[in-house]
Design a protein around this ligand. Structure first.
Ligand code: PMP
Length: 400
């Protein structure tokens, strides 16, 4: 029957409800500060957001959003092609292109529609897309929609990418390669230097989704491609406003002039209402702050290093390198749920990630740090994790 396939999910939700645990869709009932709130009745440090630079509650961004709502209203009531293009959208596009040092930019209503829209439109029937196996759901959605031939290569494995491009022969030169900057689950960074070298050897076009690396990596915060020194090899950079920029929306920038024509072919751009004036205004302000306050990025990394090295010293199994995403890997579902709940009771909200959202079959207690956290809050997060060890809920080096 049509609805039978949801039975397992219904039972899982029932089980969580009976245990009075709500790890998915936890509701923030009150915000006490940019990094603290009441979630599910617990006063907690918010360590499961993507507010990397702490701009989601920045007074300048809030003021810009308020002023835009007064000037332009609360909604655009239409798509960019119909009646939803305001001068502010165009200004933001110009600022994003300028930031990335290219000439062309498109703003989308969400980051999801940016990557999904670009992947589904750039390649079509007869084309080939090579995507990293651990790609975000928006990339998978886009490539499926494209009707192109889809080839997955091993996660962050340039040799496997090269092997698959080699097999394509002449078609390699026309292929679209899709990778992310920082992968959001374990916080690992794509080996972009090596991937750019493979692209140089075999040809193709490279799209990098910098959703989690914008504002986080690179001397000026342009992302993983800047950090790797390979921006010239990137054909399309996608990003989101919902993480470092503290808003909602997404974008794609490119040096290819065809982006202006592609704009008119993307369903996820044409057939959806554009971002609200407030969102666009706060994002413009956030981008300005991202560009002028590099101290936020260094503070973020100070926190990331402190948290990662402290949890590593406890013997917990983490992602492969220091990153603002610090994920503890566990093998057992029930244990992961209990640990998540114990962290809540210790006053720390993190993300519980279960397969298939997590790479491999592991369960993750995924923390993300923010420049807005204080050092004392990072210390509190660390002691909440050490409580898990002390109480025996978790043991060191549990996952090989
Ligand atoms: N791409 C990647 C790599 C992401 O991690 C995300 C969100 N987690 C998105 C795109 C979608 O962005 P948004 O949530 O802003 O729609």
């Amino acid at each position: 029957m049509l609805l039978d396939k949801f039975q397992a999910m219904t039972e899982f939700q029932q089980e969580l409800a009976e245990r009075k645990i709500k790890p998915f869709g936890a509701v923030t009932e009150q915000l006490l500060s940019p990094t603290e709130g009441i979630v599910g009745g617990h006063q907690v440090i918010l360590a499961g957001t993507n507010n990397y630079l702490g701009l989601a509650y920045h007074p300048h961004c809030i003021a810009a959003a308020q002023a835009a709502a007064e000037r332009w209203g609360t909604g655009t009531t239409g798509s960019r092609l119909a009646n939803g293009s305001f001068i502010e959208h165009e200004l933001l596009e110009r600022e994003l292109a300028d930031f990335h040092g290219v000439d062309h930019a498109i703003c989308f209503t969400t980051g999801y529609s940016a990557t999904m829209g670009m992947c589904s439109t750039l390649a079509g029937p007869g084309d080939t897309i090579l995507l990293d196996a651990d790609s975000h759901a928006s990339i998978y959605a886009g490539v499926r929609l494209s009707s192109a031939d889809i080839i997955r290569f091993k996660h962050s494995n340039p040799d496997d990418l090269a092997k698959r491009l080699r097999r394509l022969g002449k078609r390699a030169g026309n292929a679209l390669i899709v990778v992310e900057g920082i992968y959001s689950m374990l916080g690992d960074t794509a080996p972009l230097r090596e991937i750019a070298e493979v692209k140089r050897q075999y040809g193709g076009y490279l799209l990098v989704d910098e959703a989690h690396s914008l504002g986080v990596l690179g001397d000026t915060g342009r992302g993983a491609a800047e950090a790797a020194g390979i921006e010239d090899s990137v054909d399309f950079t996608a990003g989101t406003f919902s993480k470092s920029l503290g808003g909602t929306g997404g974008y794609c920038v490119s040096r290819h002039a065809q982006l202006e024509s592609i704009r008119y072919c993307i369903g996820a751009y044409i057939f959806t209402a554009s971002a609200t004036p407030s969102t666009v205004a706060s994002t413009r302000e956030a981008l300005k702050i991202l560009r002028t306050e590099p101290r936020r990025r260094s503070l973020l990394w100070e926190h990331a290093r402190h948290l990662y090295h402290s949890l590593e010293a406890m013997g917990l199994t983490l992602g492969p390198a220091v990153s603002p995403v610090v994920a503890v890997q566990l093998e057992d579902r029930d244990q992961a749920i209990q640990c998540w709940n114990a962290l809540m009771e210790s006053g720390v909200y993190v993300n519980l990630v279960i397969p298939p959202a997590s790479p491999s079959t592991n369960f993750l207690l995924r923390c993300s740090v923010s420049a807005a956290h204080s050092r004392a809050q990072i210390d509190s997060i660390i002691s909440a994790y050490s409580n898990l060890l002390r109480s025996g809920l978790i043991s060191a080096r549990q996952v090989a």
